[in-house]
Design a protein around this ligand. Structure first.
Ligand SMILES: [Cu+2]
Length: 146
């Protein structure tokens, strides 16, 4: 005979998971924008991230429906040579604000599904370690505008 406690335990686990997902993450994203690059299927997105919790958070994934791939990169200049490399997962210390801005950290968008024009709005979804997501809308600016 099956112990009657098993289905009740499964129910409790399900409730716990649902409760965790409903919590709003400690990370906020704002001032998101994208530099339009005419004629290219790659673009860079910038934004400001703030972690309001005491514990660090990690951004482990970035997605947008308008690009085949999105990933956090960091540009560094060595001996006058500019290179960029993946910086994912991106760790944000408790209470810290991290700016993704031209010349440094950025979200690289590869394989744009259509050209981005100034004024367009592009949804971005950041996934944190643990599974919480943060959605933000990036506004497309013209090249040389910011
Ligand atoms: Cu890049």
């Amino acid at each position: 005979m099956r112990p009657p406690a098993a289905p009740a335990a499964a129910c409790l686990v399900l409730l716990a998971v649902t409760g965790a997902a409903a919590q709003s993450p400690a990370l906020t994203a704002r001032d998101a924008w994208i530099r339009a690059t005419p004629g290219s299927d790659v673009a860079a997105a910038y934004l400001t991230l703030h972690n309001s919790a005491a514990q660090p958070v990690e951004v482990v994934d970035v997605r947008t429906p308008l690009a085949a791939q999105a990933m956090i990169h960091e540009t560094t200049v060595n001996n006058g040579q500019s290179t960029m490399r993946p910086r994912q997962p991106l760790r944000i210390a408790g209470g810290a604000t991290v700016r993704l801005a031209p010349g440094g950290l950025h979200i690289m968008l590869h394989g744009l599904t259509r050209p981005l024009n100034p004024g367009d709005e592009v949804p971005l979804v950041l996934t944190l370690a643990g599974g919480a997501t943060v959605a933000v809308t990036a506004h497309v600016r013209a090249l040389g505008d910011g």
